[in-house]
Design a protein around this ligand. Structure first.
Ligand code: HEC
Length: 133
């Protein structure tokens, strides 16, 4: 034991901080196991659907108009296609669990509402109508 009480307290503080860091580092991979819909979309879907587009069949986008046209504008329809795949789109049923697929489908519908642009909220109404034309 150090004879200087300040030195002793600083050792305790260092030990506590190291402990907190160790716990945080230990927990963070657990937190990372539940990624958001956006993260899941980026790692599983964006290769073909970057920005809500479709690089293989260009008219089958994830935009609101296309989803409505092809009756894909519901959680159930998106969930079904993600689980089972369709033509050139692979099935994700074996790779993603139900919770993850729900998160992705919710994200896709939400982004379709925003026209896949996070700037929509800050745009003026004139910019929004220009974007739509
Ligand atoms: C390898 C490329 C590829 C990947 C990866 C992919 N898709 Fe697709 N996706 C397609 C193709 C191709 C179609 C059109 C299928 C058809 O109708 O023939 C499509 C269609 C869709 C549609 C319907 C669009 C419309 O306008 O009808 C949705 C919704 C969709 N994909 C969601 C997803 C989601 C969510 C993921 C990630 C889990 C994903 N896709 C991953 C290729 C892909």
């Amino acid at each position: 034991m150090s004879t200087n009480p300040l030195k002793c307290w600083s050792k305790i503080a260092i030990a506590l901080i190291s402990c907190a860091i160790a716990i945080f580092v230990g927990i963070s991979p657990v937190l990372a196991e539940v990624p958001s819909g956006e993260q899941l979309f980026n790692s599983n879907c964006s290769a073909c659907h970057i920005g809500g587009n479709n690089v293989i069949i260009s008219h089958k986008t994830l935009r609101k108009e296309a989803l409505e046209k092809y009756a894909m504008n519901s959680l159930e329809a998106i969930r079904y296609q993600v689980v089972n795949g369709k033509n050139a789109m692979p099935a994700f049923g074996g790779r993603l669990n139900e919770e993850e697929i729900d998160a992705i489908a919710t994200y896709v519908l939400g982004q379709a509402e925003l026209d896949w642009s996070t700037k929509v909220e800050v745009s003026t109404s004139q910019e929004v109508s220009e974007r739509k034309s």
